[in-house]
Design a protein around this ligand. Structure first.
Ligand SMILES: Cc1cc2nc3c(=O)[nH]c(=O)nc-3n(C[C@H](O)[C@H](O)[C@H](O)COP(=O)(O)OP(=O)(O)OC[C@H]3O[C@@H](n4cnc5c(N)ncnc54)[C@H](O)[C@@H]3O)c2cc1C
Length: 315
């Protein structure tokens, strides 16, 4: 295990630092260990300086969104975990440009809040993100989406801090987004601009409610999970197939390890009870991968991001 990061990294910066922070409990799974150091920057300059110092001294740095796609190992994580929870990283600004309304939003902004605000204002373009929990930064990193579209559909620019502490901006035309991924280099996404169309608030709201109802009917939204556990793989014809269908047809709905269970509502969701731990989820993921490989000859790849100490998990 590495030693907790030193005070010199952040002591003179405008940040809130929390040693031994219970980040596992902050994820949607609500399980997993602690971060040696959680830092909430109060301004961009402090964030950039901190990232540069971590880079120079080899301290690992991770960025926590809303933890909706994240499993934290029971032993927690070393280095620095950044959380963009201050208002400066969560705010929305709107500019009218011809017929297009452009929104600039902080990466820490919540997707639910953003979609609700847009429907209140009658701005269309982000309804496809209805019912997807997380932050805008996490959504851009994962190119989150589904059958209604993905975050890249309305994205115009991304502002980020490289892992060396350099500020960069990318236009959508420089970026390639595909199924749950992009060519955006490893970085801390700070903010983004989105193109939206002025529309009827009632119509936007109606669309949001329709999508929400469809999600509630097909996903265990009220349970603790990290959404889809595995990426939808390509079959031998190069066609993307639903991982949930493969898991279901391998007879794995309801399969459990301790307090972690393959959802009976949506087989690609692993749900957890409060007494679950990350080790159970990881063992269950391995078992599902093994049985789907045996049954279908297809290797499932996790969509859930797993964090562990840089030296690896002890369990
Ligand atoms: C009930 C439920 C339903 C879901 N449904 C869907 C769905 O329909 N479609 C879908 O795509 N996903 C879905 N998910 C997964 C999740 O909502 C998305 O992946 C979401 O984008 C995660 O955002 P987050 O802020 O929670 O990221 P986190 O889970 O906190 O982090 C995920 C990854 O993004 C990185 N990250 C986070 N913020 C930043 C940033 N600012 N800069 C750089 N990297 C960052 C993290 O380091 C990590 O690698 C679902 C999850 C749940 C719990």
């Amino acid at each position: 295990m590495t030693r907790p990061p030193r005070w010199e990294l952040f002591g003179d910066l405008n940040v809130k630092a929390t040693p031994d922070a219970p980040i596992g409990a902050m994820t949607w799974f609500g399980i997993g260990g602690r971060a040696d150091l959680l830092i909430r920057p109060h301004d961009e300059a402090s964030l950039v300086t901190l990232v540069a110092r971590c880079s120079e001294t080899g301290v690992p740095i991770r960025i926590l969104g809303k933890g909706a796609n994240l499993l934290v190992d029971d032993d927690g994580v070393d280095g620095v975990v950044l959380l963009l929870s201050d208002e400066v990283f969560r705010s929305h600004r709107f500019n009218r440009r011809g017929e297009i309304e452009r929104m600039h939003a902080g990466a820490g902004a919540d997707i639910f809040t953003t979609v609700n605000e847009l429907s209140r204002q009658g701005l269309s373009g982000m309804e496809q993100m209805t019912g997807i929990p997380g932050s805008l930064g996490g959504a851009i990193r994962m190119n989150a989406g589904g059958s209604y579209g993905c975050i890249a559909d309305c994205l115009e620019t991304v502002q980020c801090c490289t892992m060396n502490g350099e500020l960069l901006s990318y236009h959508r035309s420089e970026l390639e987004f595909s199924y749950r991924q992009s060519n955006l280099p490893e970085c801390i996404i700070l903010s983004a601009t989105f193109n939206l169309e002025p529309s009827d608030p009632v119509a936007v709201r109606k669309r949001v409610l329709e999508i929400m109802a469809a999600k509630r009917a097909s996903q265990p939204m009220a349970d603790k999970s990290a959404g889809c556990t595995f990426r939808n793989p390509l079959d031998s014809d190069g066609v993307r197939v639903a991982a949930g269908r493969l898991i279901d047809s391998a007879g794995l709905k309801g399969l459990s390890d301790g307090a972690a269970t393959v959802s009976t509502q949506h087989a690609n969701f692993i749900t957890t009870r409060p007494d679950a731990n990350a080790r159970q989820v990881r063992r269950l993921m391995n078992e599902v991968q093994k049985r789907v490989l045996d049954h279908h000859g297809i290797q499932l790849v996790p969509e859930v991001v797993v964090w562990e100490r840089t030296g690896g998990s002890s369990g």
